[in-house]
Design a protein around this ligand. Structure first.
Ligand code: CAA
Ligand code: FAD
Length: 380
């Protein structure tokens, strides 16, 4: 066993760190306040190869490993989780899903621009009445021979408006339950496809979250992913890797807050000495550090398993559960260490605290991760 990163992995991590400092940090507070999508930053991330990091160069991706992906997600999320969620969805849900399960035609037409970052993707599973209970899909995809007609509503879709390629899960054979669900590739601009208004959110406010409405959207059969009825398994397989991305996002939010809190504790003086010299603050920092170290190891383990071609669903759920809980605890403590200054925007930790909350909710809530983990432990 080795804990060393390769030269290449270190270089990629440093590139992401520099990018976060120079391209994400300036303007991050304003983008959060104005709910402004990081259009220019996402374009630059595409140029760096970070929008299709794990996609093969055959499809214009960077062909890197999942460990590198975790390193990049951590660095970006330390500074701007609104941008890192765009990276996560595009990489681990959309590009990965198409590369693993798409046809040559689908890879050529859709995966290439997504992996280059010239187009942005969205993953559309959740509905107004189907979040955790993802098998109870109400969106319908009626088989019409050479095409499907899609009707229904998707909720909470990340990149909802900024995307142009959407992977949409819908029910075709209602009496077959989850085995009658399909996954489709939709394009913005298809007749009957409407992007709903933007959600006004607590955190990750720079990312655009929308509902999507489909009325008789005609989707060619060649845009179905996999065999008839493969859609639910497709969603589950894709989410296994997605959860590594969000675990790394949570890790980054926690480590970003920890770095800010440590620096502040060394500067801020009370009772004649830096607060870092009060044992209560030292112990807070020690606990934060320990939790972050453990979260990082879980993220890297899940990524390593995936890179080895070994099963990683349970490891991804464990990493996501733990890292997201750590993100919440650590960011609350980081605000506390900053005192009143932690409560205002200039010091960044209040935003990180707001951003941390979503990591316990999306890509499967903490309760759903516990369900996945306990089923794996008990093999039920
Ligand atoms: N790989 C392959 N197949 C899987 C699987 C996996 N990891 N997990 C489940 N399945 C299969 C099962 O084998 C079963 O198929 P068979 O009956 O043919 O064997 C089928 O899927 C149904 O599985 P369950 O019986 O376990 O279904 P369930 O209803 O009890 O629970 C669940 C499934 C794990 C709770 C699932 O519904 C789930 O993950 N819910 C959370 C949804 C979620 O994570 N949404 C995220 C949306 S994307 C997002 O949020 C993006 C973002 O924010 C940025
Ligand atoms: P519910 O499923 O209604 O859950 C409500 C509460 O009950 C939660 O605490 C939950 O953990 C708990 N609960 C539910 N079932 C159980 C159970 N069996 N045991 C114990 N507790 C349970 N979805 C997409 O498809 N694509 C996206 O890009 C996307 N992006 C998102 C971005 C944002 C900002 C947000 C807020 C959501 C996004 N989602 C996306 C949706 C997200 O995945 C769901 O919100 C999440 O899966 C939870 O579903 P729900 O909101 O319907 O909550």
């Amino acid at each position: 066993m080795t804990f060393d990163l390769t030269e290449e992995q270190l270089l990629i991590r440093d590139t992401a760190r520099d990018f976060a400092a120079t391209a994400l940090k300036p303007g991050v507070i304003e983008r959060d306040e104005k709910q402004q999508f990081p259009t220019e930053q996402v374009k630059q991330l595409g140029e760096l190869g970070f929008m299709g990091m794990m996609t093969s160069p055959t499809y214009n991706g960077a062909g890197l490993d999942t460990i590198s992906y975790v390193l990049v997600m951590e660095e970006l999320s330390k500074v701007d989780a609104s941008t890192s969620v765009v990276v996560s969805v595009n990489n681990s849900l959309v590009c990965y899903g198409l590369e693993q399960f798409g046809t040559d035609f689908q890879k050529e037409k859709y995966l290439k621009p997504l992996a280059e970052g010239t187009k942005i993707g969205a993953f559309c599973l959740s509905e107004p009445e189907a979040g955790s209970d993802a098998t109870s899909q109400h969106t319908r995809a009626e088989d019409k021979g050479d095409h499907y007609l899609i009707n229904g509503t998707k909720n909470w879709i990340t990149n909802g408006n900024s995307a142009s390629i959407y992977l949409v899960i819908a029910q075709t054979h209602a009496d077959s339950g989850h085995r009658g669900i399909n996954a489709f590739i939709l394009e913005k601009g298809m007749e009957g496809f409407i992007v709903g208004p933007k959600e006004n959110k607590l955190g990750i406010r720079g990312s655009d979250t929308h509902s999507l409405l489909f009325t008789d959207v005609k989707v060619p059969k060649e845009n179905r992913i996999g065999e008839d009825g493969f859609g639910f398994k497709f969603a589950m397989k894709v989410l296994e890797g997605g959860r590594i991305g969000i675990a790394a996002q949570a890790l980054g939010i926690a480590s970003g807050a920890f770095e800010l809190a440590t620096a502040y504790a060394k500067e801020r003086k009370t009772f004649g000495k830096p607060i870092a010299e009060h044992q209560a603050i030292q112990f807070k920092l020690a606990d934060m550090y320990t939790q972050i170290e453990a979260a990082r190891l879980l993220c890297l383990k899940a990524a390593w398993l995936k890179d080895q071609g070994l099963p990683y669903a349970e490891a991804a759920a464990t990493a996501k559960l733990f890292a997201s809980e750590v993100a919440m605890k650590v960011t609350v403590e980081a605000v506390q260490i900053h005192g009143g200054y932690g409560f205002v925007k200039e010091y960044h930790v209040e935003r990180l605290m707001r951003d941390a909350k979503i990591t316990q909710i999306y890509e499967g809530t903490s309760e759903i991760q516990r369900l996945v983990i306990s089923r794996a432990i008990l093999k039920t």
